[in-house]
Design a protein around this ligand. Structure first.
Ligand SMILES: [Cu+2]
Length: 239
């Protein structure tokens, strides 16, 4: 057996230590994207519908009874998003280099936008969305219940920006749907498409002031400032 020089052995040890350091650094920087101290729960994978296409099904609710069944009394009244297929989580994964169709069942009433910019569909294929089957490019500023707004972290190699307003249901809508024993009005169904590039990590959240204290501080507290309710991650990755 050939004997290696001590320099060679030291080189291997240094490489291993550096390697662990780099992996730990990447993991920490990913965690910082997800927010301080936040451990992402299950990731919901878009359903592949072809070699370069997939569908993501989401829902927005006026409370958290369906999406967060273990929430405390206060948080169970928070507005929230979740996957409408497995009813959990706001951390999503979609395939790279694909057309992604997003379908959102929107069960909540409207709140007026602070910034009219978000009343328009932006970054979708064709600049449009389907609202209950009808093609539209915008709704009035007082009509959205929530927005789905996808953004890129700084220095993203493939920046994505997609923002779609989700039409609110009328304030006096009767209960029409029962999910796990909880009653909701008939939802508006909003769908839109966007294209992914290479693998990457993105964030998304809502820009309607739908959170706690809708007067002060402007409806951006509570569920609007807590990942897992009105915000999440979108990972573009092969699977
Ligand atoms: Cu919202």
């Amino acid at each position: 057996m050939k004997r290696h020089s001590s320099g060679f052995i030291i080189g291997i040890v240094v490489s291993i230590v550096l390697g662990f350091g780099i992996v730990a650094g990447v993991a920490l920087s990913l965690r910082s994207i997800w927010g301080i101290g936040y451990e992402p729960p299950n990731v919901t994978y878009a359903t592949k519908t072809g070699p370069n296409s997939a569908t993501l099904e989401l829902a927005t609710f006026p409370d958290s009874l369906v999406c967060h069944p273990n929430a405390d009394a206060q948080q169970s009244q928070w507005v929230t998003y979740c996957s409408s297929t497995n009813l959990q989580g706001t951390n999503l994964a979609v395939p790279p280099n694909s057309v992604i169709t997003v379908v959102i069942k929107q069960y909540d009433t409207a709140t007026t936008l602070i910034n009219d910019y978000f009343r328009q569909a932006r970054g979708t294929i064709g600049g449009t969305m389907l609202v209950n089957g009808k093609s539209m490019s915008q709704i009035s500023a007082d009509a959205p219940g929530h927005t789905f707004t996808l953004q890129s972290p700084p220095d993203s190699s493939y920046p994505l920006f997609v923002s779609v307003p989700l039409l609110g249901v009328p304030d006096n809508s009767p209960s029409a749907v029962t999910i796990n024993g909880n009653q909701y009005p008939k939802p508006n169904v909003i769908s839109f498409q966007f294209r992914t590039g290479p693998p990457g990590t993105y964030i998304w959240h809502c820009y309607v002031p739908c959170g706690s204290n809708r007067g002060v501080p402007y409806g951006f507290s509570g569920p609007m400032s807590t990942t897992g309710y009105m915000a999440g991650t979108l990972t573009v990755a092969g699977y």
